[in-house]
Design a protein around this ligand. Sequence first.
Ligand SMILES: NC(=O)c1ccc[n+]([C@@H]2O[C@H](COP(=O)([O-])OP(=O)(O)OC[C@H]3O[C@@H](n4cnc5c(N)ncnc54)[C@H](OP(=O)(O)O)[C@@H]3O)[C@@H](O)[C@H]2O)c1
Length: 177
Amino acid sequence: MQHPTPIILIAAIGKNNELGKNNDLLWRLKSDMNFFKSTTSGHWVIMGRKSWESLPARFRPLPNRVNCVVSRNTDFQAEGAHLFSSLHSAIEKALESGAEKAFIIGGAQIYREALADGLVNEMYLTHVDASFEDADVFFPTIDDATWERQEVGHFESDENNEFAGVFFHYRKKAAGS
Ligand SMILES: NC(=O)c1ccc[n+]([C@@H]2O[C@H](COP(=O)([O-])OP(=O)(O)OC[C@H]3O[C@@H](n4cnc5c(N)ncnc54)[C@H](OP(=O)(O)O)[C@@H]3O)[C@@H](O)[C@H]2O)c1
């Protein structure tokens, strides 16, 4: 029997759940970029229109991945990506297509909707060891009663990484556990 496609959220967040500012990231973290690339390569990636626009032109579409962009504007042109009018329809398409894995890669609106609607059972969150007073988008509060997490790696602050960070794999707790 074919297994259903896991829908996995992946994000990097600051100490106060900061995600970005002025439609850009708040940091330059090569180790996190590499983790994102190796985790998502070969799979589907689903993102909001603003995150798509925030990608540098040379990384758009993200190579070796099926890029999916969500927008309410059905005329939006996302060259090299599939356009969907809702997050749910993008996820349905990934499931229908038998994708091995589909990743929700942001931004704030899309993460919020995915968590509020219970669309993900698994997350990779990089906890960046810094806070940012000027952030303008945030990840939702992570409920410890809902999620259990395991550290899967870390990096130090160095010439390639502005800040240190820890990679965590989150899984939704079984009901009643
Ligand atoms: N730290 C991280 O890991 C990370 C990851 C990704 C992004 N980011 C940051 O997050 C910020 C962008 O996030 P954001 O919240 O502003 O934007 P976003 O979630 O990337 O995109 C929002 C757009 O998606 C579309 N959309 C959202 N919900 C929809 C729905 N239910 N149905 C149809 N379309 C829907 C709308 O597009 P239309 O307006 O075209 O209808 C909306 O304006 C940037 O600063 C980026 O750098 C950070």
